[in-house]
Write a protein that binds this ligand. Structure first.
Ligand code: IVH
Length: 680
């Protein structure tokens, strides 16, 4: 095909793909109602990425591929808002709301006939989004209301921020210039998941969804923001160069039709008393919302009337925040307890004098981590401020220093695990303290789950439920016990008949043949995942050699720094872990590295070959396969071209497979790759 014609087709396809991706993104992230599968969506995105990789000059700022593309910033640029970004006056009772109403009715009698829009007051942070000819061009934080910070690249990573409006055809007048205000926030569930993820990684956890959203949006590296599950809801049009509806209710609808996310929890109320009643119903209904709300906003529906009332300081008179009853109280900190999570992390918690927070009696609250206690100087016996926000677990905000009488005790974190009594460890640079005893009962189930999982020993048929049954019945006290299970033990468990017991014992037996890298990964050493396990198995013959490795030897391996090296050495030094190793050896679970020797002798089998890896492979993640190829001398690249020697394809391989076939690049499966890498 002539080059130009080809280009023209690709440009058309590019536009088609972008439009489709914007639309499906909107269905998924704004409407929560996707019409295609994730797989189909990924395929569209992959196709777009491929065209853009070939033609970088065609990439535009509003392309869906640009959501996570930008480089880290040194600092945020300041931007002046086109109009002051106002705040809201607060009311704390129905009386306050009525007093507000009387004040504004005195200014303009028409207020008495007004109706009101009631919206949830989302506990996030305000952002101002600028659109030029339908394209998202800039987004800023509120700042002081006059000047904010340009966080455009971070906002682009938020999937519910439309990069291109309108999302659906059929809107009559599209503004050339449009500035919209909304709230960036994090759903409570996502916040809790994120904190667990941070905790597992030994990083500092966040206090509440609001701080997390603010912290995530203000990261200098947009790639980091992209990993944070942020959301947007819009509620105000700051500026538009086409006429906009006068009623707030119609404005919300107008925004929604353009493709902006707008809350479904808003209502119109015919008069003030119904408005108050509606807000009051949300005191309990708030828990039905996936995000935190700290009150309801009452807005005069007629915006012309509302605006004509003017403002007091930074608060417009035509709207009011009706705050929910306080969720913050003070009480005495009786003692500090310590939980051991399934990841081995020690988490301190406050044992409180019972106290009523918003109708719930609270006796315990989280203290986060030991650094938090030290930073806030929280002492046993202190009077402390405690907050319960939405459905989130209550937490201690800090001590009330003025109420100290000298009897308070400075808290000393434990040196041993409160569950198993073994010494605890801190990894330099990480906040958390860990119990690293593989046989600690608090972590046993999780360790076993990891041990038997697909990327580790891959014991087929041994799922979480059976792991729990085995631990509860006292049959398994560490991973090595799996290999001494007897048929009569299994038959005692609920749901086990002859066949099931035989099958399970067979898969356990078969797993004894797993490779050294799988076993190393299965041990669950902090910081040693699939990739590092491959590296270690390439360097050491077996677990005896690995357990004798020195810090220096370990650090010679690329990708292993001082922290991981220390974690490995420590793990092997622990008597409890040595006991597990001895039992594994006795049971015959003692693989030797298959290829390490051969590799160091002759030339590497994949030397000079270029690979692309795609799709879901049966046993290993793509990262592990890539590391494996490199270990054997091969090179890994991202896109298929004439220079590609082999495409390694798993299930659902998609467009790369197509391209390889078009170019005549040979395709291998996982087993084929292993065979090719064997020393000749
Ligand atoms: S209206 C002049 N509506 O609450 C209009 N604000 O305490 C003022 N907020 O800074 C804003 N949800 O960040 C409005 N549905 C909502 C809101 C909302 C949350 C925030 C906003 C504002 C703060 C005022």
């Amino acid at each position: 095909m002539p080059e130009q014609l080809n280009d023209k087709r690709q440009v058309e396809r590019l536009a088609e793909l972008r439009k489709a991706i914007h639309f499906h993104n909107y269905r998924y992230h704004v409407l929560d109602d996707p019409v295609i599968s994730d797989f189909e969506f990924d395929r569209l995105l992959a196709e777009l990425k491929e065209i853009e990789a070939e033609h970088p000059e065609w990439v535009t700022a509003d392309s869906p591929t640009q959501r996570a593309g930008a480089r880290p910033a040194e600092k945020f640029q300041k931007v002046r808002h086109p109009a002051p970004i106002l705040s809201l006056a607060n009311a704390f009772s129905a009386q306050d709301v009525r007093a507000w109403f009387e004040r504004i009715a005195k200014i303009d009698e028409r207020v008495r006939e007004a109706n009101f829009v009631i919206e949830p007051k989302i506990d996030g942070l305000s952002v101002i989004l600028h659109y030029q000819d339908g394209i998202f061009v800039m987004g800023a934080t509120r700042g002081d209301g006059e000047v904010g910070e340009d966080v455009s690249n971070n906002l682009r990573t938020v999937h519910s921020v439309p990069l291109h409006i309108p999302v659906e055809d059929g809107m009559e007048t599209i503004p050339g210039r449009l500035v919209v205000r909304g709230e960036i926030f994090m759903n409570i569930e996502d916040f809790e998941e994120l904190n667990q993820r941070l905790e597992r990684a030994g990083e500092k956890t966040y206090l509440n969804p609001r701080n997390t959203a603010a912290g995530s949006l203000r990261q200098l590296d947009p790639a980091l923001t992209a990993t944070r599950p942020l959301n947007l809801l819009t509620y105000q049009i700051v500026e538009s160069d086409v006429p906009i509806p006068n009623l707030q209710w119609d404005r919300l609808e107008w925004l929604r039709r353009l493709g902006f996310p707008v809350t479904r929890a808003a209502t119109v109320q015919p008069d003030l008393e119904s408005a108050i009643r509606e807000c009051d119903t949300w005191v309990t209904r708030r828990s039905m919302l996936p995000f935190e709300v700290d009150g309801m906003v009452i807005k005069i529906n007629d915006r012309a009337l509302a605006d004509s009332l003017g403002f007091v300081g930074k608060d417009p008179r035509g709207a009011l925040a009706y705050k929910f009853p306080a969720q913050e109280v003070t009480t005495r900190l009786r003692d500090i307890g310590v939980n051991v999570g399934r990841t081995g992390v020690l988490t301190p918690y406050a044992m409180l004098e019972p106290v009523d927070i918003g109708g719930v009696i609270v006796k315990q609250a989280t203290l986060h981590n030991f650094d938090y206690i030290a930073e806030k100087d929280i002492r046993v016996g202190d009077r402390v401020r405690v907050k319960r926000a939405g459905e989130v677990i209550p937490y201690v905000i800090g001590p009330i220093l003025d109420l100290r009488d000298g009897s308070e005790q400075v808290y000393v974190p434990p040196h041993t695990c409160p569950v198993c009594g073994e010494a605890v460890e801190n990894i330099p640079g990480e906040v958390a303290w860990y119990c690293v005893n593989a046989a600690c009962p608090a972590q046993l189930i999780r360790n076993l789950e990891h041990f038997v999982s697909r990327g580790a020993m891959d014991i087929v048929g041994l799922g979480i439920k059976i792991v729990e049954q085995l631990v509860e019945a006292g049959l398994v006290k560490d991973a090595a016990d799996l290999f001494s299970l007897k048929k009569q033990d299994l038959l005692r468990l609920e749901g086990f008949a002859d066949k099931k017991a035989d099958n399970l014992l067979e898969s356990i037996e078969a797993s004894k043949q797993q490779s050294l890298e799988r076993l190393i990964n299965a041990l669950g050493i902090h910081g040693v995942g699939e990739v590092t396990a491959v590296d270690l198995a390439a360097r050491f013959q077996d677990l005896d050699e690995l357990s004798n490795a020195t810090l220096a030897q370990l650090q010679e391996i690329e990708g292993i720094g001082p922290n991981i090296a220390r974690a490995i050495v420590d793990w092997f030094e622990r008597p409890a872990n040595q006991n597990v190793l001895a039992k594994l050896k006795r049971a015959g679970v003692w693989p030797r590295a298959e290829r390490a020797q051969g590799m160091s002798a002759g030339p590497l089998a994949l030397e000079g070959l270029v690979f692309v890896v795609t799709g879901t492979l049966p046993s290993f993640s793509r990262d592990v396969v890539k590391a494996y190829i490199q270990k054997h001398g091969g090179k890994v690249t991202d896109s298929v071209s004439k220079k590609t020697s082999y495409l390694v394809a798993g299930e659902a391989a998609g467009s790369k497979l197509q391209k390889a076939q078009d170019l005549g690049v040979p395709v291998l499966d996982e087993a084929g790759l292993m065979k090719l890498a064997e020393p000749k």
